[in-house]
Design a binder for this molecule. Structure first.
Ligand SMILES: [Zn+2]
Length: 104
């Protein structure tokens, strides 16, 4: 393996990708946020961070999810109209989200 390649890998380990929550604007490590991806009118939860499409990041926090879902903020951010089905799925997801913690 050429030297430059191992150098690049080291860089990647040192640099943690940062993203900001579309609701509270807090910048966090990417792995501490949940990525939502719009595919047509469908919104999916991208657990692996690899789905193509327009994405938005939300905190792993019920507060932000509630804000996103109740005020149509997510619709605005993703420039779509959430289908009832998608919304329902996201609401369910946020309900299962731990109410423990997330209060910092
Ligand atoms: Zn947030």
């Amino acid at each position: 393996m050429p030297l430059s390649e191992s150098g690049n890998r080291l860089m990647r380990q040192l640099r943690v990708p940062q993203r900001s929550c579309v609701i509270c604007r807090q910048v966090k490590n990417k792995r501490d946020l949940i990525r939502l991806v719009r595919n047509g009118d469908e919104i999916s939860i991208d657990t692996k961070g690899k789905m193509p499409g327009r994405g938005a990041y939300l905190c792993n926090s019920v507060v932000c999810w509630k804000a996103a879902l109740t005020k149509n903020r997510l619709d605005q951010v993703l420039r779509t109209k959430l289908s009832d089905e998608s919304r329902e799925r996201l609401v369910e997801y946020s309900k299962n989200m731990s109410k423990q913690g997330s209060i910092e």
